[in-house]
Design a protein around this ligand. Structure first.
Ligand code: FES
Length: 176
């Protein structure tokens, strides 16, 4: 593994260990601890789960079992372009599930996963509060309303083109 990534992981774990130490050691502390880790680090790594299990003195599989029971927890770091597909009622009845499937197929990952180049992650979410625009998908903070399964490819292509443009501009800037 790349040394920088390894150092980042170690620093994250160190910070998790220190934050977890501030919590109680009762089973009722489990969900608040998991929420705190997800809020600060965006996902629960296997090492984070092990740290929580050690703190509460319960089996790792029990922590993992509880975390997977709730939809709110992620087990992979979000991509640089996190995609959220709304599956609240208004979006679901307008083919939200097919839009999600299309993103999954085009990117070769499933809901909750991140592409190996860390560019994209996909997550299903409940109502994001703009039902009048249903069906809705978010890329980062940008809301894409009136989505359709056929728009998925174009949206991903646009992100790719914008990324290439930004890289070109950055290179040109460096060459000046
Ligand atoms: S159900 Fe999707 S925005 Fe409300």
């Amino acid at each position: 593994m790349d040394e920088t990534i390894l150092a980042e992981k170690e620093a994250m774990l160190e910070s998790i260990r220190s934050d977890v130490a501030d919590f109680g050691k009762e089973r009722r502390d489990l969900i608040p601890i998991l929420q705190m880790i997800q809020e600060r680090h965006a996902y629960l790594s296997p090492e984070a789960i092990k740290t929580v299990a050690e703190h509460l003195d319960i089996p790792t599989c029990e922590v993992f079992g509880v975390a997977t029971f709730y939809n709110q927890f992620r087990f992979h770091p979000p991509g640089r372009h996190p995609i959220k597909v709304c599956l609240g009622t208004a979006c679901h009845v307008r083919a939200g599930d097919i839009i999600l499937e299309n993103f999954e197929r085009k990117l070769g990952i499933r809901d909750g996963e991140t592409t190996s180049d860390k560019e994209f992650s996909i997550e299903r979410v409940a109502c994001v509060g703009c039902c009048a625009l249903a069906p809705v998908a978010l890329v980062g903070e940008t809301v894409h309303g009136k989505m359709a399964p056929s728009k998925v490819e174009g949206l991903l292509l646009r992100i790719q083109i914008e990324k290439e443009k930004a890289e070109r501009e950055r290179r040109e800037e460096e060459e000046k």
